[in-house]
Ligand binder design. Structure first.
Ligand code: FEO
Length: 397
């Protein structure tokens, strides 16, 4: 096998052998315009171990990187920390080619892998159990629902490396492999986007996990996730950000999301934004036509208010607005205040429909939603400006 692809040394005993997916633009509905990586790690102990694999089409790149360090058939064990297809898609073929002695996963992981790939025999490991690799030991820590039932961490005490699967990851394709090789602003943006779109619904579990990491006494000097850069300098920084995002203390920030038919709802949105700015809030005005739902979710992550506008079309809100609202509802952002608004021609159901979904999301509505027939006049725009002010003032009350 030619070593086109090279492994990257993480510690004396651990190598990155993952792949860079430069062209990925969508990850099950989440816009990944900067691509991604599927990280896998080779552990050089007496029992040579591969931690996670990669998406199916990238199998050869994974094997090539392993081959740059060691003959891949020398791999004794494979540990699967997470059974989603971006990390196990190539597992059946890798097992078939390498014939490892054993494949390990959590109990739920063993079930998930069995239901996806009946050909693979998986040994289930218990929470906090250890696997002796000969010279190194791996401790397994279950992280159920972060973000699948099977998810777990693996920790090598001797190297102080925590393999954290999706947690602390980001969809970011780069030539650089480590946090300190990349600008902090970029790391923040992509880590926040990842948290908002993947982990936000499980924030209560994130808080428990952060406490548990301390209780168990893990003190990693390397955090090696399954996507994006490896953390070696900013571990405290990313842990603190996770704590902040999980606690979701709303900032004085108003996110206004809208679609528009003939610019009337847009005029209302802009007037609401002016009112919120006047009240001293930070504002993000997002037209759904130019903002992807996953970017809207990222803005909501630290917002205190969500205001949603839609015209009425055929007795309904715009389908684009319904898409964003249902997506946000699934992500369960907590502690928001908000309102609905929109222009209509003759029936005007959209605002009520928006309010119903906002209520289902447990968003505290600030007054009645604003409906304007056809085109907003000066008085209507003044009411919009007042609504923006009221929403901004209601944050954190
Ligand atoms: Fe990266 Fe949940 O898979």
């Amino acid at each position: 096998m030619r070593d086109i692809y090279k492994a990257v040394k993480v510690t004396d005993k651990v190598y990155w052998v993952g792949v860079i997916d430069w062209t990925l633009k969508d990850f099950h509905g989440y816009s990944t315009h900067r691509g991604s990586t599927y990280n896998a790690y080779l552990v050089l102990a007496d029992r040579v171990t591969l931690i996670d694999t990669v998406k199916a089409p990238f199998r050869d790149e994974l094997l090539s990187r392993i081959n740059s360090v060691i003959d891949p058939t020398k791999i004794d064990y494979i540990i699967s920390n997470h059974s989603e297809m971006d990390h196990t898609g190539s597992l059946p073929e890798v097992v078939d080619i390498l014939k490892p002695e054993k494949v390990f996963a959590s109990k739920m992981g063993a079930k998930a892998i069995a239901s996806h790939f009946s050909s693979i025999d998986v040994e289930a490991v218990e929470d906090l159990s250890e696997l002796d690799l000969g010279g190194l030991k791996v401790k397994f820590i279950e992280t159920r629902m972060l973000h699948w039932p099977d998810s777990m961490f693996s920790y090598i005490e001797e190297e102080r490396v925590l393999f954290s699967q999706d947690a602390f990851g980001m969809h970011l394709a780069t030539a650089e492999r480590f946090d300190d090789e990349l600008p902090e602003g970029l790391l923040y943006e992509e880590a926040a986007t990842y948290y908002a779109n993947i982990l936000m619904p499980y924030s209560h579990l994130v808080l428990k996990l952060l406490d548990r990491v301390t209780e168990i006494g893990l003190a990693p000097k390397i955090v090696a996730p399954d996507h994006g850069p490896i953390w070696r300098k900013k571990i405290g920084w990313i842990l603190e950000l996770y704590k902040q995002w999980a606690e979701r203390k709303p900032e004085r920030k108003v996110v206004i999301v809208f679609d528009t038919m003939w610019k009337s709802t847009e005029l209302m949105a802009r007037a609401i934004a002016e009112g919120a700015i006047e009240a001293g809030a930070s504002v993000k005005l997002m037209s759904i036509r130019s903002s992807h739902r996953s970017d809207i979710a990222t803005e909501v992550l630290n917002a205190g208010a969500l205001v949603v506008g839609s015209p009425t079309i055929n007795n309904n809100m715009f389908p684009t607005v319904a898409d964003v609202l249902y997506y946000l509802k699934g992500l369960k952002p907590k502690g928001l205040v908000g309102a609905g608004f929109g222009s209509y021609g003759w029936s005007g159901e959209s605002v009520k429909q928006i309010e119903e979904i906002l209520k289902e999301m447990k968003v505290e509505l600030v007054g009645e939603g604003l409906k304007v027939q056809y085109v907003p006049g000066e008085d209507d725009l003044e009411k919009c400006r007042e609504l923006g002010k009221k929403v901004a003032d209601a944050i954190g009350r």
